[in-house]
Ligand binder design. Structure first.
Ligand code: PEP
Length: 256
């Protein structure tokens, strides 16, 4: 296993936070703090902040992502946004299958798979979230859950397209709860996901995929999590809303 074969990416998931003036202030604060990052840096902002984020990050090392996209190219899907609409704006990344989408908005592995295909077809880089619920971990079926999600979410996706995606391992019990997986638990799950990818696509492809950890990662625990061989960065919720904390995590990935 070789960490140098893939890029570490620190992505902020702002969720449903920040008006446009608040977004502007946060991005302006973050820009100088992230300028010397030795890892990929991405901010996944609400749809209403995409244009602001794209304008303010132009010419910087900060990439911009959305937090969802629909699987159809266009049509009668009131309230939805297509992958083509995002790509046309200049958006580079899109978070898909976040546990909050699965839990509150009826997302399934089938729709995550369709959205991932649509995003790739539009030229976006998907950040696909997988992870077990607490009772699934307690029932000792974490590996079955992760294998099923990976197999279904990437069904029909080529090795070349897989290399353009990021997988975020996010144990649902650790998201927004302040409960972090231990570094060993994160490493074990990310390695397991990589082994599932190897069985589907071969070792070379599996080694090239960025697999992040997400779930209450913060300025205090990032260094230990990011030092693990199979943890290639993080998807950060709460701590991405404070520029100094997010910058500390970026520095940890740079040194990791
Ligand atoms: C997330 O939203 O993907 C996340 C990991 O949130 P938090 O860092 O707040 O747990």
């Amino acid at each position: 296993m070789n960490k140098d074969l893939r890029q570490a990416v620190i992505a902020g998931n702002w969720k449903m936070n920040k008006t446009r003036p608040e977004a502007k202030a946060l991005i302006e604060e973050l820009k100088p703090l992230a300028a010397n990052a030795g890892c990929g840096v991405v901010i996944c902002v609400p749809f209403t902040n995409l244009e602001t984020a794209l304008a303010l990050t132009e010419g910087t090392n900060i990439g911009v992502g959305a937090q969802n996209c629909h699987f159809a190219k266009s049509g009668a899907y009131t309230g939805e946004i297509s992958a083509d609409m995002l790509a046309e704006m200049g958006v580079e990344y899109v978070v898909l299958g976040h546990s909050e989408r699965r839990q509150y908005f009826g997302e399934t592995d089938e729709t995550v798979n369709l959205r991932t295909k649509a995003a790739l077809e539009a030229g976006l880089k998907p950040i696909v979230c997988v992870g077990e619920l607490l009772w699934e971990r307690e029932a000792n079926i974490t590996e079955e859950v992760l294998a099923k999600q990976v197999k279904l979410d990437f069904a029909g996706i080529s090795a070349d397209d897989l290399k353009k995606t990021i997988i975020a391992y996010e144990p649902v019990w650790a998201i927004g709860t302040g409960k972090t997986a231990t570094a060993d638990q994160a490493e074990e799950a990310c390695l397991f996901i990589r082994n599932v990818l190897a069985s589907l696509y071969g070792t070379d492809t599996a080694e090239a995929v960025t697999i992040q950890y997400g779930g209450s990662m913060n300025a205090a625990n990032a260094q230990e999590l990011l030092s693990k061989t199979n943890v290639d960065g993080g998807l950060i919720g709460g701590a991405s809303l404070k520029a100094p904390d997010f910058a500390t995590i970026i520095n940890a990935a740079t040194n990791g």
